[in-house]
Design a protein around this ligand. Sequence first.
Ligand code: ATP
Ligand code: MG
Length: 392
Amino acid sequence: MSTPLQRYIEDHKFILDAISKAANIADPMAVDLDEFCNPLIAKSKRGAVLPLDGVLIRDWDPDYRKFWPGLRFGVRMYEIEGIRFARAYAGVSEDAKDHCYNFFAVARQDYHKFYRLALTCRRKSKPPGPPPVLPSAQIEILRKNTLDYLDPKNLRRIKSYGGRAKRGLLLDGPPGNGKTSACRWVYHECLRLGYENRFVTPDDYRAARNACNPAEAIRRLFEFDKAGVVFFDDMDIALRDRDKAGESDDQAVFLSALDGIQSNEGVVYMFTTNCSLNRIDPAFKRPGRLDVVLHFPLPDASLRRELFQRWHFDIRNAIDCETVVRDSQGNSFAELEEYKNLLVMRFIECGQWDWDWALRQFQANRAELQNQKNGRQVGFNAIAPHAVNGTH
Ligand SMILES: Nc1ncnc2c1ncn2[C@@H]1O[C@H](COP(=O)(O)OP(=O)(O)OP(=O)(O)O)[C@@H](O)[C@H]1O
Ligand SMILES: [Mg+2]
């Protein structure tokens, strides 16, 4: 009787051999394309489907058509710049990610060129979405200090003049104005451009702080082998002024981890916090630890207008932009998005785009939240006669 491992190996060899015969790929190498998959497929010519050892089961699943091979069992051929490659899908295992049965194959002689093409495709692939709405100068600073900073050419120049391959950015401001959204955008751009990245949440930080060896665990949060960005989201606990917050030696451990990293490849640390700058530990703000501070205040009229312009065409068609801009004065971006959500829910229920209703409902929801915060137990009182699902 064979072991699962032996079966796995036999199955894999069998499939690779079957691909070689079906697709006429000499000496095939198996590869899991992972995050290169979609950018590469998007740029490749889709070819024929072929049976795998005489078996072909097509899959009519209409979702994800562009990237899915359209098979449950068999081979889908592709071609990019004269390189033929195949995707084998042998749905033996329930686990679609089981790489023994679901992988790509390319001739050994084409492998290096194929890899270089995959890198280029990923680099040139479209960003998954626009950056958050920010003043253009702010986006420029953000890009310059993260993605452009990590550009190998830029880093080489910096290092050749004896500059530091390490950069610290602090994003501060009241809730809901795009700090985390900005990090998310940089994160997706990192994926696209091939930079490393890591998201550190307050929970991750707390877990490291409570580890047997906190200094070592926290140091590992900062450490990177390759060029990339580490995001420290909502790091109030680590950044507050030690004197004012009366905290333990947390910040000292945090700062020494930050100082301890000697990056050769280039690393950017992005911290976000709700703390105002004057409540942040002065030690953290000294040059060498923090290079750039970006404020994310409440949006002014022009930014609120810009966010409105991103709303669905039907909403923009039905509701006056300037009314929204005027009525939302003093609101955060997140609150503006909540207006939109209320509008949509109301539309689903009543078939009308009713801005006045959304405005009243928003105020009512906010008042109720405030009451709950004050400890009063009140039921939800919808202002409109027919409460809208999902806004309770
Ligand atoms: N600048 C922006 N452009 C577009 N949408 C935004 C922007 N800022 C916030 N939003 C919307 O508000 C939501 C919450 O924003 P985000 O999480 O980025 O706020 P934050 O500044 O990180 O808040 P917090 O301080 O509470 O963590 C986002 O998912 C997005 O829908
Ligand atoms: Mg946030």
